[in-house]
Design a protein around this ligand. Structure first.
Ligand SMILES: NC(=O)C1=CN([C@@H]2O[C@H](COP(=O)(O)OP(=O)(O)OC[C@H]3O[C@@H](n4cnc5c(N)ncnc54)[C@H](OP(=O)(O)O)[C@@H]3O)[C@@H](O)[C@H]2O)C=CC1
Ligand SMILES: O=C1O[C@H](COP(=O)(O)O)[C@@H](O)[C@H](O)[C@H]1O
Length: 506
């Protein structure tokens, strides 16, 4: 590798900061955020002047919280926890009570952060690991207390969790509320898919390899399939899910992150402005469809009783917290078109669902078939479609399928695979996926966070489907047995175009 490549890019350094964690008593903080801080500490990546301020709405003693978080580290770090590192991360934790319904409590928080400042903590990250209803009130209270103002090189960053809105109007409103309080560069809107190595690798695969660009277009690509299938059902979060559904939960965020990385134009440089502009552009180019077209080009499914591997799963509508006549989809499939020259005529098929046969997150780029006339009479054992498959999870890696000659005196053809697997090349410690995102936030790099325009373009693209499904109500919700590949209508969506989904199991 050319050692000069990248030599001009200054090393990124995480700056000392106070990590103010709203919702520190909650699931996300315990399962992902604090374990990610532990992993950063273990990797020597936490800055020297670092401390955690856990914010709660009721008084929780710091000792009690440290004990709970320590237990969670043991539970959620997928290898033995080093007690010294855990101690050092949790030793710097203090707690404060602050509740937006009690404005005076934010003065107490301000005083606490002021004391930390006198001890040399110059910068603050405000991480809102709370339900979405808390995003705007907490941000407003922080701003009212003057805690979001940047001055004299001291930065203030606001991390907002997903979901960012529930539709275009609410996402716009939230963006407006936040942007009235802080500048765009201070907002870090999280999508945990961008913390995945395999998702970041899409950028490198496409733009650090010269061989792909000439064929990455409508002349060579037949279609793209994006799959996020899950074996999980919704039992433990049914009330959230029944109000949300598969489309809102997964498509405008996670699946569109994958779509935008695969479909965007090459950014001029590797920086947050250029990359996020191109991602936003391609999402904005997703064709806006009428209600009729939305219904024609989509499938909604809801799981019924079945078995996922050996696990019995009950009918979605019998789940506690789910309305008995719920029309909420646990499966969504869409056919989308992108209105630009690169992708004209290349359908993007997206599918995601719960309680399916297998956990699989992948992007498959299907190339056009070779003009096959010269092999018309050739024996074909197994014909491979030319798929380039980016496996996000599991079996992280990239696979290329192609046809080859079977050894022997005759010409016979067999499909084979060329595989790259991360585990064969790299030793990577298990991670939560939040480490890179938190580290980037400490370095001030928001390339892996979403900008307002990208979020809104995503919601705008799914809006016709949301609207059309709402009008259709129960009509059109297809049942599928838990543990299957999804509703038959999803297969028909592709069959109509002479295509088929990749199977969920090999
Ligand atoms: N859990 C997960 O795996 C994931 C979660 N997310 C998102 O992260 C955020 C947090 O999720 P999760 O931890 O599961 O949520 P929880 O329901 O566990 O809530 C987290 C904490 O937020 C505080 N809280 C609850 N309601 C409010 C409110 N209205 N205003 C302010 N604070 C409140 C509570 O702490 P206290 O009472 O101590 O103040 C609670 O412990 C959500 O936006 C969620 O969508 C995103 C991806 C995955
Ligand atoms: O944000 C969410 O993502 C998970 C799927 O994440 P993955 O990293 O396991 O692919 C999904 O289960 C959940 O419903 C959704 O809210």
């Amino acid at each position: 590798m050319n050692a000069a490549i990248g030599a001009n890019r200054p090393p990124r350094v995480a700056e000392g900061c106070g990590f103010v964690l709203f919702g520190v008593t909650g699931d996300l903080a315990h399962r992902l955020v604090v374990p990610a801080l532990y992993n950063l500490a273990e990797a020597g990546l936490l800055p020297k002047d670092f401390c955690i301020v856990g914010v709660t709405r009721s008084d929780v003693p710091a000792d009690k919280l440290r004990e709970d978080l320590n237990t969670s580290l043991a539970k959620f770090i997928k290898r033995p926890v080093d007690p010294e590192i855990a101690k050092s991360v949790l030793a710097c934790l203090s707690t404060v009570r602050a509740d937006p319904s009690d404005p005076a409590s934010f003065d107490v928080l301000k005083k606490h952060l002021g004391e930390l400042e006198t001890r040399g903590v110059a910068n603050f990250i405000f991480y809102l690991a709370v339900p979405p209803s808390g995003f705007a009130p907490i941000s407003q209270s922080l701003a009212n207390a003057g805690l979001l103002k940047e001055q004299q090189g001291r930065w203030r960053r606001l991390v907002i969790e997903k979901p960012f809105g529930t539709d275009l109007a609410s996402a716009r409103a939230l963006n407006q509320q936040l942007l009235a309080l802080v500048d765009e560069h201070q907002i870090y809107r999280i999508d945990h898919y961008l913390g995945k190595e395999t998702v970041q690798n899409i950028l490198v695969l496409r733009f650090a390899n010269g061989m792909f660009e000439p064929i990455w277009n409508r002349n060579h690509i037949d279609h793209v399939q994006i799959t996020v299938s899950e074996t999980l059902d919704v039992a433990h979060r049914s009330s959230f899910y029944d109000a949300t559904g598969a489309l809102r939960d997964m498509v405008p965020n996670h699946l569109f992150q994958l779509l935008s990385l695969v479909a965007m134009e090459p950014p001029a440089r590797f920086d947050a402005h250029a990359v996020r502009s191109e991602k936003g552009e391609v999402l904005a180019a997703i064709q806006q469809v009428s209600h009729v077209e939305a219904l024609e080009n989509s499938v909604r499914g809801q799981y019924t009783t079945g078995k996922v591997s050996d696990r019995q799963v009950d009918d979605y509508r019998t789940t506690d917290g789910v309305a008995k006549n719920s029309a909420t989809e646990t499966y969504a499939a869409l056919k989308l078109s992108i209105d630009n020259w690169r992708w004209a005529g290349v359908p993007f098929y997206l599918r995601t669902g719960k309680a399916l046969r297998a956990k699989r997150t992948e992007v498959a780029i299907r190339f056009k078939r070779a003009p096959f006339s010269m092999f018309r009479d050739t024996a074909i054992d197994h014909f491979a479609q030319n798929d380039l498959v980016i496996s996000i999870e599991p079996n992280e890696g990239v696979t290329l399928q192609f046809n080859t000659k079977v050894p022997g005196p005759e010409i016979a053809i067999n499909g084979v695979e060329m595989k790259f697997r991360y585990e064969d090349y790299f030793k990577v410690a298990p991670s939560t996926g939040y480490e890179t995102l938190l580290y980037d936030c400490m370095t001030g790099d928001n390339i892996l966070f979403q900008r307002a325009d990208g979020i809104e373009a995503g919601w705008a693209a799914v809006e016709p489907f949301i609207e059309a499904w709402k009008s259709a109500g129960q009509d059109g919700v297809q049942g599928y047995a838990a543990g299957s590949d999804g509703p038959a209508a999803a297969d028909e969506l592709l069959e109509r175009d002479g295509r088929a989904w990749r199977r969920l199991t090999p």
